[in-house]
Design a protein around this ligand. Sequence first.
Ligand code: SF4
Length: 708
Amino acid sequence: MPPPGSSAILLAMNILPNIKTGISVCPHDCPSACALEVEVLDERTIGRVRGAKENSYTLGVICEKVARYAERIHHPDRLLYPLKRKGPKGSGEFQRISWDDALAETAEAMLKAEAEYGPTAVWPYFYAGTMGYVMRDGINRLRHAKGYSNLGDTFCVALSWSGYLAGTGSISGVDPREMQKSDLIVIWGGNPVNTQVNVMTHAMKARKDRGARIACVDIYETGTMKQADIKLLIRPGTDGALACAVMHVLFRDGYADWPYLEKYTDAPKEFAAHLKTKTPEWAAKICDIPVADIEAFAKLIGETRRSFFRIGYGFTRSRNGAPNMHAVTCIPAVTGAWAHEGGGALHSNSGMYGMNKTMIEGLDVRKPGIRILDQSRIGAVLLNDPYDLQGGPPVKVLFVQNTNPASVAPDQTRVKQGLAREDLFTCVHEQFMTETAKFADIVLPATMFLEHDDIYQGGGHSHLMYGRKLVDAPGECRNNHEVICELAKRVGAEHPGFHMSPRELIDWTLVNSKKPGLDVLDAENWVDVMPEFERAHFLKGFGFPDGKFRFRADWRKVRFRSTEVPVGPVEMLPSFPDHCETIEEATADYPFRLATSPARTFLNSTFNETPSSRKREGRPTVFVHPDDMAALRLVDGQKVKVGSARGTVTLHAKTHDGQRRGVLIAESIWPNDAHEDGHGINTLTGADQPAPNGGGAFHDNRVWIKPA
Ligand code: SF4
């Protein structure tokens, strides 16, 4: 194997003479996983970051927040040294200590908890602060080697993947580059202008080259909707109703592809009969849009075989997110668009990679029957809710990497109460002093992606990519793998993976996943795992034993790797697509529906520390329809309180007519302390577990709003 970084730096004379450029991968929680060209000014300093032109998905385009990554990696507030708490929990008062002492204290707390309560009293807690296999998932090797409590990773995909799996049986879809061969691109329930800019690159190319039309379905006029030709602005949580009405028209007006339906779907006749009453008039009332808009949208889909449904995550962050996702995936099955180049759907290709992560995650030593604690219910878990503890011991040690639950987890008040528990030992390994780190007993400084080696997969495309270490880390920062291995040594955890370097783990994983080894990846930067057309379009069958798409969802059987958490009642979910009424509908006391949609230059709580992102986003704001502003006697910019059953948050009202009346949008996630009183936006969101597999219903909140 070549030495680290042997081909990492290339001289890019065409950019600037004598400035070296390294190839890497954006590690952030974004399906684009962009291939990057990074200017390396010296062994510790980067310059500009650009998209790699040679990558056929990135095509040289990245978002503005990563283009100015120098601002983040060289931020003066980066954590540089291990710290030990000296003030009250949450105060942020710390003193510097050595790595040896910090690791020893953390290991001692883990061993003590294990001795007194058993290993499940320790809860390693992580999420998608980096998407690299080694640095994100290595924490599981420590978990499994010791038998610590498992983590149900429900923040993001539990709702959307459940819905997609219910119909297709597979987390994969059509090659996103095929958008360039589409005649209609439907961007449903996502805002790629803010969250994965490359979708727009490919959609715009289709518009320019072949006159493709772009349709957008969403709950407010996003940057994406502004660029669309067809706009459907619906009430939150009503996507299932819209999809049903579209399919009603498709069957009614002869657009259904019956030969395709007979060959590739489970119950087309029964489904068509079910849709008889799901008329545009029925849906128009639920969605609060004109009947004519539904009719025109359905006609366009019916007349356009090359219709590409690029299905987002946003609309699934709702208690009925799974059935709504399932309903949308049914549309290309009715028209048979799946069979056509440039047609079909894509939500995520994460199921396409088939990686063997045994060595990274220690899957070979995972013990059966250990409880799985739902990460979305961290507040309830830490407050010892018997339902969450499942008869087991309280969590006495929390070890956190790659996530910031005191900001991003729902039901924030309870999360903070739990983190403040005096008998809880918390260690946070982080890049900045996050809200969660402030509650820690020990804080460890972490590397950023350009300071370590890792591999990444693109959920929104099909490249397996190598992200190299290009610069040295500042201060005493250590990468996640180093920290996990050091802790393993101190708590007596055994696994071969603890004795391998990141590059050795990467190579093992590639070779044992029947992929080219690291030598190939190092030379070529990425490999494309997209299967042939017939498989990508499910023409050899969908992911069920009989190969048929399921209009009739069997929610009890929709399970995937992360969803063994105990969950709510599946009988509430419709078998055939329908409007599922499990959302937090407005009431007299809570007359508005609030979504906490992603801001353009924040990514969850990442980037909300960079000055340019803070400047661009302004201040914590809530969009209010002009008629609601008038009815509430609010003026533009006025400070307001927004309250749910879970708490109250201070924001600034902004008149915004790009949403239905009664709908509020708060683009997020601002730091908690950017809000008056320090209550972040997730003070309003709920941590109940939507069927069938739990998940964060971040955009499904009934609230009131009034002047502050
Ligand atoms: S679009 Fe997404 S993957 Fe690409 S650079 Fe921005 S955050 Fe990273």
